[in-house]
Design a protein around this ligand. Sequence first.
Ligand code: G4P
Ligand code: NA
Ligand code: NA
Length: 194
Amino acid sequence: MRELEERILKDGRVLPGEVLKVDGFLNHQVDPDLMFAMGTEFAHRFQDAGVTKILTVESSGIAPAVMAGLAMHVPVVFARKHKSVTLIDDLYTAEVYSYTKKTSNHISIAKKFLQPGEKVLLIDDFLANGQAVQGMFEICDQAQVTIAGVGIVIEKVFQTGHQMIVDRGVLLESLAQITSFDGDRVHFASEDVD
Ligand code: G4P
Ligand code: NA
Ligand code: NA
């Protein structure tokens, strides 16, 4: 998505450890116009997938997920993060390890918000090693729902999450695909297309 790539080049900053800081428009301050355009783009890319619900993880997944839900007219549910989960009877839960933060969290959602038979689109702001998506896959498996696809705002193609999703045979759509960082420069997969 050209508009997003241009914004990354303008306002993104590459930090040590191959982390792209985009807190000016995506995961701290939010640009609603850009977010709305991204939601519309997700709706377009998944229009034939029969999506009945969108699932994301708090907190940075919520803004793009809600905009996609607005464009697709389907409800959005976000998994909550906890250090540990004790009362789990009414919850689906999964463990998510963050390579970036070196911590483990549980994510959970109330069972009543994922009914068998639903077709669920998973949305997140970043795809790196795919731990968050893996956790959402586990929750969808527990709930016996169909995964309609995975929609990512910014994907770092060189990390392991991309292949994990492809190996599972799930449709993956990313609005910006970063192939490498070169010092403070960002390279996109779209540069490789003639
Ligand atoms: P993974 O889910 O793909 O495995 O991600 P990983 O463990 O590597 O990263 C942990 C957190 O860091 C996730 O946010 C993820 O979205 C975010 N992240 C990964 N790569 C980047 C990056 O290059 N730039 C930025 N800004 N974030 C990145 P989180 O802590 O789960 O979420 P949230 O509370 O911010 O929503
Ligand atoms: Na996230
Ligand atoms: Na994040």
